[in-house]
Ligand binder design. Structure first.
Ligand SMILES: [Zn+2]
Length: 385
């Protein structure tokens, strides 16, 4: 039985509004499309739209914003023209964004689940038609919440998405615990951490509690791997990798744990005490610890994110773990969603690593095929699940 991998990509500026569209979005997206095309693969870009709508409000007062807006439009048109899949991604903090002295002042709530039904409606009514107009007749059928935020409470978001033709959600990723200035969520305990399921209307993390509570969309989790499991795999492969690569891998795997956050916090405190000034010249409204990593309250498993700072050998181990997990799972629908953030692909090394990973999967796993989200939805009747 074939296992399908969907390479997704959350296409956006940084969560606090910093960065340029030309550098963080257009350039790496074009490079990534070139790379995927060289393998005959189409991927899915989860395009964040509220950022672009904020840019639209300032095109007449700021030349740099206008050029960012245009670069965004041009790139999305190119994605569609080249046969890549464009789907919906929403960071609610952009809804009423204000541009102040060149910095974006964003809402302090980064989780869509923290907004009212009216606010959710307003966001989707603005974002979906804007994207539809650019991408038609290409269909917008899937969603990923900004910062993975999808509740609970999930009902209002699910209802409003389904009403607008969206049938799939990719917001669940096992292991995330956020407790920061901008978002709190807990995805440590999930009913189906790795494979597609019909979720509960009120709690996207759960199977439906009653027949009435079956949500009319399919949840397809993004892949992640427990840190201890990955560390074990890295150690097992030690003779093959060589010690320095394994050590780099282990350090990377420690990232996202509370211990790592605490060490980072101590280092920053010492640095600011020595230098006597703050880390950056950002205005106070730019959130510094949105998720709670700096305070040490957040943690995650290792998310399968192609832009993570991990050596190739670790990505290879992760792919092997995920593919074996799919093979051993009784579910007849074997779909692995991998994540990426174009904004973090900034050197040839980053792209080479992705190429090596695809090459590894092609050569080692003959029963695995790559699809974009819409390709897979067209091929299989996903909604029958
Ligand atoms: Zn995002």
């Amino acid at each position: 039985m074939t296992t399908y991998i969907i390479l997704t990509d959350d296409w956006e500026l940084r969560g606090n509004g910093t960065g340029r569209v030309e550098d963080l979005q257009r350039k790496p997206a074009i490079q990534l499309m070139n790379l995927y095309d060289s393998f005959g693969i189409k991927s899915t870009f989860n395009v964040e739209v509220l950022q672009q709508l904020a840019f639209e409000r300032y095109v007449d007062v700021d030349e740099a914003i206008r050029s960012g807006r245009d670069a965004w439009l041009e790139t999305v048109r190119l994605m569609v023209a080249r046969g890549f899949d464009v789907q919906l991604h929403v960071h609610p903090q952009w809804m009423k964004a204000e541009l102040i002295d060149g910095w974006w002042k964003l809402d302090r709530r980064w989780n869509l689940a923290d907004y009212s039904v009216e606010e959710i409606r307003r966001m989707l009514d603005a974002a979906i038609p804007y994207l539809d107009k650019l991408t038609a007749p290409h269909r917008i059928i899937s969603f990923r919440g900004g910062s993975w935020g999808m509740g609970p409470p999930s009902r209002a978001i699910v209802e409003e998405l389904v009403r607008r033709g969206i049938r799939y959600d990719l917001s669940i990723v096992k292991g995330n615990l956020y407790d920061g200035e901008a978002i709190q969520l807990d995805y440590r305990e999930l009913d189906s951490p790795f494979f597609p399921y019909r979720p509960d209307y009120d709690d996207i993390r759960r199977f439906p509690r009653t027949p009435e509570n079956v949500a009319p969309l399919l949840e397809i989790p993004t892949q992640s791997i427990e840190r201890s499991l990955l560390a074990k795999k890295i150690l097992e492969g030690l003779p093959g990798h060589g010690p320095s690569e394994a050590l780099r891998g282990m350090i990377s795997v420690l990232r996202g744990t509370r211990l790592y956050s605490r060490i980072g916090k101590m280092a920053r405190n010492i640095r600011s005490r020595v230098s006597g000034k703050k880390d950056a010249k950002q205005p106070d409204f730019v959130i510094r610890d949105p998720f709670g990593f700096q305070s040490g309250r957040a943690m995650t498993d290792v998310i399968f994110d192609l832009s993570s700072d991990l050596p190739f050998s670790v990505f290879r181990d992760m792919a092997d773990i995920c593919i074996a997990r799919a093979a051993n799972d009784p579910s007849p629908l074997k779909v692995l969603v991998f994540e990426n953030h174009t904004k973090d692909l900034q050197t040839p090394l980053h792209f080479n690593r992705i190429a090596k990973l695809i090459d590894h999967i092609h050569t080692t796993h003959s029963n695995v095929e790559f699809r974009s989200f819409v390709q897979l939805a067209d091929q299989l009747d996903l909604n029958a699940w």
